[in-house]
Design a binder for this molecule. Structure first.
Ligand code: 6V0
Length: 317
C-alpha cells in the first residue's frame, strides 16, 4: 500500500454534485492534487480540463481524470456517484440503484487504499454511508456522510433572512436523516448565544411554533422545490462538502452535523448512520456530540431511526 498523501483528494462521480465540489475545492485552494473518476471517462476528462483552465486564477493544483489506482494514496475520497432524485422521487427511492453502484465502487477503493477518509455524498446519504462503512471495512471514524450539513445551512440561511442577521451567527441544527424524517432542534437553536425565541422577539416575531413549522417545511422541501425548478441541486451541497473537506484537511476540530454511526448513542443498539453534531478533524470523526433533545424532538428523532433501520435491515450486502 502506498503512503497516504493528505494533499490528494479523489472525487468519484463527476456529475453536477461531484463537479460542484471539485470547483469549490479549487476555489478554496485546498489540496494540491485532485483525481476525478467516473464511469463516463470522457465526462471526467472534460471536467478535469475545464477545471484546470481555472488554475491560473487559483492556487496550484494538479487535476486529472483517473482510475482507482490513482487514488491509492489519496487522503480523502469523496463519493458522489449514483443516480440522483427525479422530480417527485424521495431520496430513499434511490436505495437499490445506488447500493448496486456502491458495490462496484467502494471495494475498488478499499483494496488499494486502507487509510483514506471516505466522505459520502450520494443519496440516500445515511444509508450509503452505512453501506460504504460495511463494504470498506474502514473504522467508523473514517467513513463520514455529508448528512445534514446542507440542511442545517438551509435552516441557518432562512433564519438569517427572517431575522435580518448573518446566518453565520445563527446556530441551529437539522439532525437525523438527510431526508423526509429529518428534524430541526429548535430547543437548542440560538443566535450567538441568545435563545432563538428571545432573538425572534427582539425582531418582533412572537408566533414561535407557527413560524418554526413554516421554516422547517421550507428546509425539508428545499431539494424537491429546486429539483422541480432546475432539475438538480448542486451548488449548496458543493459548498457544504467543501466546508467538511476543509475541516478535515485543516484538522479544525470543527463541529458539524455529519452522518455518523449512532451505535451506543441514545441507547441505539444497531449500526445506523444518521446526522448528529460531531467534532471533525484530520482523523475523521473525533467525537459525536448528542444533543439534549426535548421529548417531542426525541420522538421525531426515533421516527428517523426506525425509518432508516427498516431499510438497512432489508439491504443485502
Ligand atoms: P449526476 O449529475 O447524474 O452525476 C452522477 C455521476 O455518477 C454521473 O457522472 C455518472 O456517470 C456517475 N456514476 C454512476 N455510476 C458510477 C460508477 N459506478 N462509478 C463512477 N461513477 C459513476 O447526479 P448528481 O451529481 O446530481 O447527484 C449525485 C448524487 O448526489 C445523487 O445520489 C444525489 O441524490 C446526491 N446528492 C446529495 C446531496 C447531499 O446533500 N448529500 C445533495 C444533492 C444531491
Amino acid at each position: 500500500m502506498a503512503a497516504i498523501n493528505i494533499q490528494k483528494v479523489g472525487i468519484i462521480g463527476t456529475g453536477f454534485v461531484g463537479t460542484s465540489i471539485a470547483f469549490t475545492l479549487l476555489q478554496k485552494g485546498l489540496f494540491s492534487e485532485m483525481v476525478l473518476i467516473d464511469v463516463n471517462r470522457d465526462k471526467a476528462e472534460g471536467e478535469a480540463m475545464d477545471l484546470s483552465h481555472g488554475i491560473p486564477f487559483a492556487k496550484p493544483m494538479a487535476i486529472c481524470a483517473g482510475d482507482y489506482d490513482d487514488i491509492a494514496d489519496a487522503g480523502l475520497v469523496i463519493v458522489t456517484a449514483g443516480a440522483a432524485q427525479k422530480p417527485g422521487e424521495t431520496r430513499l427511492d434511490l436505495v437499490n440503484k445506488n447500493v448496486g453502484i456502491f458495490k462496484s465502487i467502494i471495494p475498488e477503493i478499499a483494496k488499494r487504499n486502507r487509510d483514506a477518509i471516505l466522505l459520502i455524498v450520494s443519496n440516500p446519504v445515511d444509508i450509503l454511508t452505512y453501506v460504504a462503512w460495511r463494504l470498506s471495512g474502514y473504522p467508523q471514524e473514517r467513513v463520514i456522510g455529508s448528512g445534514t450539513v446542507l440542511d442545517s445551512a438551509r435552516l441557518r440561511y432562512l433564519l438569517g433572512q427572517r431575522l435580518a442577521v448573518n446566518p453565520q451567527s445563527v446556530h441551529a441544527y437539522i439532525i437525523g436523516e438527510h431526508g423526509d424524517s429529518e428534524l430541526a432542534v429548535w430547543s437548542e437553536a440560538n443566535v450567538s448565544g441568545i435563545a432563538l425565541d428571545q432573538f425572534c422577539e427582539f425582531r418582533g416575531y412572537r408566533a414561535h411554533a407557527e413560524n418554526e413549522q413554516k421554516i422547517y417545511e421550507h428546509v425539508v422541501n428545499a431539494a424537491y422545490d429546486i429539483i422541480q425548478k432546475k432539475g438538480a441541486t448542486y451548488f449548496g451541497v458543493g459548498m457544504a462538502v467543501g466546508r467538511i473537506a476543509e475541516a478535515l484537511f485543516r484538522d479544525e476540530h470543527a463541529v458539524m452535523p455529519v452522518s455518523v454511526n449512532m451505535r451506543g448513542i441514545y441507547g441505539i443498539k444497531g449500526d445506523l448512520f444518521l446526522s448528529m453534531p460531531a467534532i471533525v478533524g484530520a482523523s475523521g470523526i473525533e467525537k459525536v456530540l448528542p444533543l439534549d433533545l426535548s421529548a417531542g424532538e426525541s420522538e421525531r428523532f426515533f421516527r428517523s431511526v426506525t425509518a432508516l433501520q427498516g431499510i438497512i435491515d432489508a439491504i443485502d450486502l
